[in-house]
Design a protein. Structure first.
Length: 217
């Protein structure tokens, strides 16, 4: 319920347009002190950009899941795997939004949270399962690189002397470990699928898909 609430509030704020500017029309009636919000502006902006990165990744995985669910492709194991991956990426975006809210840096200008014009899957079709897995690994590698860049920047932000060790620790613990495990898992799946295709030809992908569907690989 909490996750649904956050997405609903974000959606309503982003779509509550006034003229040509998207903005949230909700305003606090209290004059809340701001000295407790200590994140550097550059770190805040990079976290907001990462929300867009995670949502783009989620949309790409949704496209993958839909592609392999098509009757002309019919790979339910791949479809399930990529739909589950899309859910994980959405969860990552929500975690970053929750963190920004906790630090008090997502209260005034919600309209700049999402760049609507840039959102969308990176592609929509794949020739086979191994191409999709390789594409997924490239996608995760790019996401990991961007998270590492945020960590590096927020340790010594150019626009502030504030070393945001809490944010750095949060990203390292909540995101990087999962990213590295996910990359290793994808690399292993690519290797296994490649060997199965080398041994069984086109039947290899069919057998691999069955194992994916049954969570055997």
């Amino acid at each position: 319920m909490k996750l649904i609430y956050i997405f609903l509030v974000t959606f309503l704020c982003i779509n509550g347009s006034l003229g040509n500017k998207l903005q949230c029309t909700s305003r606090s009636v209290f004059d809340i002190p701001k000295n407790w919000t200590q994140m550097a502006n550059s770190c805040t902006n990079e976290l907001k950009a990462q929300v867009n990165t995670e949502i783009n990744a989620a949309m790409t995985y949704l496209a993958m899941g839909a592609h392999f669910a098509r009757d002309t492709v019919n790979r339910p194991g791949f479809s399930k795997f990529f739909f589950d991956s899309a859910s994980e990426e959405r969860e990552h975006a929500i975690k970053i939004i929750e963190y920004l809210l906790m630090r008090g840096h997502l209260t005034d200008d919600v309209s700049k949270l999402l760049d609507i014009s840039s959102l969308g899957p990176l592609r929509e079709t794949w020739s086979n399962g191994i191409e999709a897995l390789k594409n997924a690994l490239e996608l995760e590698t790019d996401v990991t690189k961007k998270i590492r860049n945020i960590i590096k920047h927020c340790e010594k932000p150019k626009d502030s002397n504030f070393n945001d060790y809490h944010l750095v620790d949060y990203l390292t613990g909540e995101f990087l470990t999962e990213q590295y495990k996910g990359q290793r898992d994808l690399a292993g799946k690519i290797s296994t699928l490649g060997k199965m295709i080398a041994t069984n030809g086109v039947l290899g992908e069919f057998l691999f898909d069955k194992k994916l569907l049954n969570n055997e690989i």
